[in-house]
Design a protein around this ligand. Structure first.
Ligand code: PSU
Ligand code: MN
Length: 302
Protein backbone atom coordinates (compact mmCIF):
# COMPACT_ATOMS: atom_id res chain seq x y z
CA UNK A 1 0.00 0.00 0.00
CA UNK A 2 1.28 3.43 -0.91
CA UNK A 3 1.11 5.54 2.21
CA UNK A 4 -0.86 8.82 1.98
CA UNK A 5 2.15 11.02 2.73
CA UNK A 6 2.78 14.38 1.07
CA UNK A 7 6.21 15.93 1.49
CA UNK A 8 6.86 19.62 0.96
CA UNK A 9 9.24 20.54 -1.86
CA UNK A 10 11.95 21.69 0.53
CA UNK A 11 11.72 18.42 2.49
CA UNK A 12 12.00 16.40 -0.74
CA UNK A 13 15.10 18.39 -1.69
CA UNK A 14 16.68 18.01 1.74
CA UNK A 15 16.04 14.26 1.71
CA UNK A 16 17.60 13.91 -1.74
CA UNK A 17 20.68 15.81 -0.54
CA UNK A 18 20.82 13.89 2.78
CA UNK A 19 20.68 17.31 4.48
CA UNK A 20 19.50 17.81 8.08
CA UNK A 21 15.75 18.08 8.72
CA UNK A 22 13.93 18.91 11.96
CA UNK A 23 10.30 17.85 12.48
CA UNK A 24 7.83 20.22 14.18
CA UNK A 25 4.43 19.37 15.66
CA UNK A 26 1.08 21.03 14.96
CA UNK A 27 -0.92 20.58 18.19
CA UNK A 28 1.12 23.42 19.65
CA UNK A 29 -0.33 25.53 16.79
CA UNK A 30 -3.98 24.46 17.08
CA UNK A 31 -4.31 23.72 20.79
CA UNK A 32 -1.28 25.27 22.44
CA UNK A 33 -1.34 28.91 21.36
CA UNK A 34 -4.00 31.45 20.34
CA UNK A 35 -4.32 32.86 16.79
CA UNK A 36 -2.41 34.75 15.36
CA UNK A 37 0.57 34.15 17.68
CA UNK A 38 0.35 30.44 16.83
CA UNK A 39 0.99 30.90 13.10
CA UNK A 40 3.50 33.71 13.67
CA UNK A 41 5.46 31.43 15.98
CA UNK A 42 5.29 28.51 13.54
CA UNK A 43 6.64 30.75 10.75
CA UNK A 44 9.34 32.24 12.97
CA UNK A 45 10.54 28.76 14.02
CA UNK A 46 10.61 27.55 10.43
CA UNK A 47 12.66 30.54 9.28
CA UNK A 48 14.99 30.19 12.26
CA UNK A 49 15.72 26.60 11.15
CA UNK A 50 16.23 27.65 7.52
CA UNK A 51 18.68 30.35 8.62
CA UNK A 52 20.70 27.55 10.25
CA UNK A 53 20.59 25.56 6.98
CA UNK A 54 18.22 23.00 8.45
CA UNK A 55 14.94 22.17 6.73
CA UNK A 56 11.75 22.44 8.80
CA UNK A 57 9.12 19.71 8.48
CA UNK A 58 5.92 20.76 10.22
CA UNK A 59 3.67 17.71 10.46
CA UNK A 60 -0.14 17.65 10.34
CA UNK A 61 -2.96 15.55 8.88
CA UNK A 62 -5.08 17.40 6.33
CA UNK A 63 -7.96 15.73 4.47
CA UNK A 64 -6.47 12.34 5.20
CA UNK A 65 -2.98 13.18 3.96
CA UNK A 66 0.00 13.01 6.28
CA UNK A 67 1.82 16.25 5.50
CA UNK A 68 5.52 16.28 6.26
CA UNK A 69 6.38 19.93 5.66
CA UNK A 70 3.44 22.33 5.32
CA UNK A 71 3.03 25.08 2.76
CA UNK A 72 2.44 28.54 4.19
CA UNK A 73 -1.19 28.47 3.02
CA UNK A 74 -1.79 25.15 4.82
CA UNK A 75 -0.08 26.45 7.95
CA UNK A 76 -2.38 29.49 7.93
CA UNK A 77 -5.51 27.37 7.33
CA UNK A 78 -4.62 25.01 10.17
CA UNK A 79 -3.82 27.87 12.55
CA UNK A 80 -7.20 29.51 11.87
CA UNK A 81 -9.37 26.41 12.00
CA UNK A 82 -11.44 25.74 15.09
CA UNK A 83 -12.42 22.28 16.34
CA UNK A 84 -9.52 20.60 14.58
CA UNK A 85 -8.82 17.09 15.94
CA UNK A 86 -5.93 16.56 18.34
CA UNK A 87 -4.34 13.35 17.12
CA UNK A 88 -2.22 10.98 19.11
CA UNK A 89 -1.25 7.33 18.44
CA UNK A 90 -4.78 6.15 19.26
CA UNK A 91 -6.58 8.22 16.63
CA UNK A 92 -3.99 8.84 13.91
CA UNK A 93 -4.97 5.93 11.63
CA UNK A 94 -8.70 6.63 12.02
CA UNK A 95 -8.17 10.25 10.95
CA UNK A 96 -5.99 9.34 7.95
CA UNK A 97 -8.32 6.55 6.79
CA UNK A 98 -11.40 8.76 6.97
CA UNK A 99 -9.99 11.90 5.32
CA UNK A 100 -9.99 13.96 8.50
CA UNK A 101 -7.92 17.01 9.37
CA UNK A 102 -6.06 17.02 12.62
CA UNK A 103 -3.05 18.35 14.45
CA UNK A 104 -0.41 15.91 15.63
CA UNK A 105 0.72 15.75 19.26
CA UNK A 106 4.26 14.84 20.20
CA UNK A 107 3.35 11.14 19.97
CA UNK A 108 1.71 11.34 16.53
CA UNK A 109 4.42 13.68 15.22
CA UNK A 110 7.08 11.15 16.27
CA UNK A 111 5.23 8.39 14.38
CA UNK A 112 4.96 10.48 11.20
CA UNK A 113 8.53 11.82 11.42
CA UNK A 114 9.82 8.25 11.73
CA UNK A 115 7.73 7.17 8.71
CA UNK A 116 9.49 9.95 6.78
CA UNK A 117 12.94 8.97 8.05
CA UNK A 118 13.32 12.12 10.20
CA UNK A 119 14.89 11.51 13.59
CA UNK A 120 15.06 14.93 15.27
CA UNK A 121 11.98 16.83 16.43
CA UNK A 122 11.64 20.14 18.29
CA UNK A 123 8.64 21.11 20.40
CA UNK A 124 7.74 23.16 23.49
CA UNK A 125 7.22 20.50 26.08
CA UNK A 126 6.08 16.89 26.17
CA UNK A 127 2.96 15.52 27.79
CA UNK A 128 3.43 13.49 30.95
CA UNK A 129 1.77 12.13 34.07
CA UNK A 130 -0.93 14.54 35.21
CA UNK A 131 -1.28 15.46 38.86
CA UNK A 132 -3.89 13.21 40.40
CA UNK A 133 -3.15 10.47 37.84
CA UNK A 134 -3.58 7.92 40.63
CA UNK A 135 -7.33 8.70 40.33
CA UNK A 136 -7.72 9.76 36.68
CA UNK A 137 -5.07 7.51 35.02
CA UNK A 138 -4.27 10.55 32.83
CA UNK A 139 -0.84 9.81 31.44
CA UNK A 140 0.13 11.27 28.06
CA UNK A 141 0.70 8.84 25.20
CA UNK A 142 3.84 10.91 24.50
CA UNK A 143 5.69 8.90 27.15
CA UNK A 144 4.80 5.53 25.61
CA UNK A 145 5.79 6.83 22.18
CA UNK A 146 9.21 7.89 23.43
CA UNK A 147 9.66 4.30 24.59
CA UNK A 148 8.81 2.94 21.15
CA UNK A 149 9.78 5.25 18.30
CA UNK A 150 13.38 6.20 17.50
CA UNK A 151 13.14 9.98 17.37
CA UNK A 152 15.01 12.56 19.47
CA UNK A 153 12.49 14.99 20.99
CA UNK A 154 13.83 18.35 22.17
CA UNK A 155 11.57 20.12 24.68
CA UNK A 156 11.94 22.54 27.60
CA UNK A 157 11.13 19.80 30.10
CA UNK A 158 7.66 18.73 31.05
CA UNK A 159 5.17 21.41 31.94
CA UNK A 160 4.79 22.39 35.56
CA UNK A 161 1.09 21.45 35.22
CA UNK A 162 2.23 17.81 35.41
CA UNK A 163 3.48 15.57 38.18
CA UNK A 164 7.16 15.77 37.27
CA UNK A 165 8.53 13.09 39.65
CA UNK A 166 5.96 10.56 38.36
CA UNK A 167 6.71 11.57 34.76
CA UNK A 168 10.40 10.87 35.33
CA UNK A 169 9.59 7.52 36.95
CA UNK A 170 7.52 6.37 33.96
CA UNK A 171 10.23 7.45 31.54
CA UNK A 172 12.81 5.50 33.51
CA UNK A 173 10.60 2.40 33.71
CA UNK A 174 10.01 2.52 29.95
CA UNK A 175 13.71 2.95 29.22
CA UNK A 176 13.62 6.48 27.86
CA UNK A 177 16.83 8.48 28.31
CA UNK A 178 16.15 11.96 29.71
CA UNK A 179 19.12 14.17 28.91
CA UNK A 180 19.25 17.75 30.15
CA UNK A 181 21.31 20.14 28.08
CA UNK A 182 23.90 22.17 29.96
CA UNK A 183 22.69 21.83 33.56
CA UNK A 184 22.19 19.17 36.24
CA UNK A 185 18.60 19.99 37.10
CA UNK A 186 15.63 19.01 34.99
CA UNK A 187 13.97 22.19 33.66
CA UNK A 188 10.21 22.71 34.13
CA UNK A 189 9.09 24.36 30.90
CA UNK A 190 8.47 28.02 31.87
CA UNK A 191 11.15 27.76 34.59
CA UNK A 192 14.75 26.59 34.41
CA UNK A 193 14.55 24.64 37.64
CA UNK A 194 12.21 21.90 38.79
CA UNK A 195 13.98 20.91 41.99
CA UNK A 196 14.63 17.50 40.39
CA UNK A 197 17.95 16.07 39.32
CA UNK A 198 18.09 15.20 35.62
CA UNK A 199 18.88 11.51 35.03
CA UNK A 200 21.50 12.46 32.39
CA UNK A 201 23.30 15.61 31.31
CA UNK A 202 24.97 16.57 28.01
CA UNK A 203 26.91 19.73 27.24
CA UNK A 204 27.28 19.37 23.48
CA UNK A 205 24.98 18.36 20.60
CA UNK A 206 27.61 15.78 19.60
CA UNK A 207 27.13 13.85 22.87
CA UNK A 208 23.39 13.68 22.23
CA UNK A 209 23.90 12.51 18.65
CA UNK A 210 26.42 9.88 19.81
CA UNK A 211 23.98 8.54 22.40
CA UNK A 212 21.26 8.20 19.77
CA UNK A 213 23.54 6.39 17.34
CA UNK A 214 24.68 4.05 20.11
CA UNK A 215 21.09 3.22 21.04
CA UNK A 216 20.56 2.07 17.47
CA UNK A 217 23.77 0.03 17.49
CA UNK A 218 22.75 -1.65 20.75
CA UNK A 219 19.33 -2.45 19.27
CA UNK A 220 17.54 -0.46 21.93
CA UNK A 221 14.03 0.57 20.94
CA UNK A 222 12.65 4.02 21.30
CA UNK A 223 13.69 7.63 21.27
CA UNK A 224 15.29 10.06 23.66
CA UNK A 225 14.02 13.13 25.42
CA UNK A 226 16.36 16.12 25.47
CA UNK A 227 15.36 18.72 28.07
CA UNK A 228 16.58 22.18 27.10
CA UNK A 229 16.21 24.88 29.78
CA UNK A 230 14.41 28.08 28.71
CA UNK A 231 16.91 30.98 28.38
CA UNK A 232 17.39 32.99 31.62
CA UNK A 233 16.01 36.20 30.11
CA UNK A 234 12.76 34.49 29.11
CA UNK A 235 11.99 32.33 32.13
CA UNK A 236 9.16 32.76 34.63
CA UNK A 237 10.46 31.68 38.02
CA UNK A 238 8.98 28.68 39.85
CA UNK A 239 7.87 30.85 42.77
CA UNK A 240 5.68 32.88 40.46
CA UNK A 241 4.34 29.93 38.46
CA UNK A 242 3.43 27.64 41.37
CA UNK A 243 0.29 29.48 42.60
CA UNK A 244 -0.86 30.14 39.03
CA UNK A 245 -0.54 26.47 38.06
CA UNK A 246 -2.38 25.47 41.26
CA UNK A 247 -5.25 27.82 40.47
CA UNK A 248 -5.54 26.62 36.86
CA UNK A 249 -5.62 22.98 37.99
CA UNK A 250 -8.26 23.59 40.65
CA UNK A 251 -10.43 25.37 38.07
CA UNK A 252 -10.00 22.44 35.67
CA UNK A 253 -11.08 20.05 38.42
CA UNK A 254 -14.06 22.22 39.40
CA UNK A 255 -15.20 22.38 35.76
CA UNK A 256 -14.62 18.62 35.31
CA UNK A 257 -12.28 19.16 32.35
CA UNK A 258 -10.98 15.76 31.29
CA UNK A 259 -9.10 13.70 28.69
CA UNK A 260 -7.69 15.60 25.69
CA UNK A 261 -9.06 18.92 26.92
CA UNK A 262 -6.94 19.07 30.07
CA UNK A 263 -3.66 20.31 28.56
CA UNK A 264 -5.25 22.96 26.25
CA UNK A 265 -7.50 24.20 29.09
CA UNK A 266 -4.59 24.61 31.51
CA UNK A 267 -2.39 26.34 28.93
CA UNK A 268 -5.18 28.81 28.11
CA UNK A 269 -5.91 29.58 31.79
CA UNK A 270 -2.23 30.04 32.57
CA UNK A 271 -1.98 32.40 29.59
CA UNK A 272 -4.81 34.49 31.06
CA UNK A 273 -3.50 34.36 34.62
CA UNK A 274 -0.03 35.54 33.56
CA UNK A 275 -1.41 38.31 31.31
CA UNK A 276 0.08 36.60 28.29
CA UNK A 277 3.58 36.21 29.73
CA UNK A 278 3.38 32.41 29.64
CA UNK A 279 2.90 32.68 25.87
CA UNK A 280 5.95 34.93 25.40
CA UNK A 281 7.95 32.44 27.43
CA UNK A 282 6.52 29.52 25.42
CA UNK A 283 7.49 31.16 22.12
CA UNK A 284 11.04 31.85 23.34
CA UNK A 285 11.57 28.31 24.56
CA UNK A 286 10.29 26.70 21.35
CA UNK A 287 12.78 28.81 19.40
CA UNK A 288 15.57 27.80 21.77
CA UNK A 289 14.58 24.15 21.30
CA UNK A 290 14.54 24.45 17.50
CA UNK A 291 18.10 25.83 17.57
CA UNK A 292 19.34 22.91 19.69
CA UNK A 293 17.45 20.40 17.53
CA UNK A 294 19.12 21.91 14.45
CA UNK A 295 22.56 21.40 16.01
CA UNK A 296 21.72 17.79 16.91
CA UNK A 297 20.39 17.10 13.39
CA UNK A 298 23.65 18.47 11.97
CA UNK A 299 25.73 16.43 14.41
CA UNK A 300 23.89 13.27 13.29
CA UNK A 301 24.89 13.99 9.69
CA UNK A 302 28.56 14.63 10.43
N1 PSU B 1 3.73 21.82 24.45
C1 PSU B 1 3.22 23.07 24.34
N2 PSU B 1 1.95 23.21 23.94
C2 PSU B 1 1.17 22.14 23.61
C3 PSU B 1 1.71 20.82 23.74
C4 PSU B 1 2.99 20.72 24.17
O1 PSU B 1 3.91 24.03 24.60
O2 PSU B 1 0.02 22.32 23.21
C5 PSU B 1 0.89 19.62 23.31
C6 PSU B 1 1.82 18.62 22.61
O3 PSU B 1 1.28 18.36 21.33
C7 PSU B 1 1.75 17.39 23.48
C8 PSU B 1 0.36 17.50 24.02
O4 PSU B 1 1.99 16.20 22.77
O5 PSU B 1 0.25 18.88 24.33
C9 PSU B 1 0.12 16.61 25.21
O6 PSU B 1 -1.26 16.41 25.35
P1 PSU B 1 -1.81 15.25 26.31
O7 PSU B 1 -1.40 15.66 27.67
O8 PSU B 1 -3.31 15.28 26.10
O9 PSU B 1 -1.19 13.96 25.84
MN1 MN C 1 -4.15 13.06 28.71
Amino acid sequence: MKLPITYSDEVIQAMAADAPIVALESTIITHGMPYPQNVETARMIESELRSLNVTPATIAIMDGQIHIGLSDARLEALAQSKDVMKLSRADLAFAVANNKTGATTVAATMICAHLGGINVFATGGIGGVHRGAEDTFDISADLEELAKTPVIVVGAGAKAILDLPKTLEILETRGVPVITYGQDQLPAFWSRSSGLQSPLRADTPAEIAAAFTMRESLNLDGGMFVANPVPVKDEIRVKEMTPIVKQAISEANAQKISAKSVTPFLLQRIFELTDGRSLDCNIALVKNNAVLAAKIAKALKS
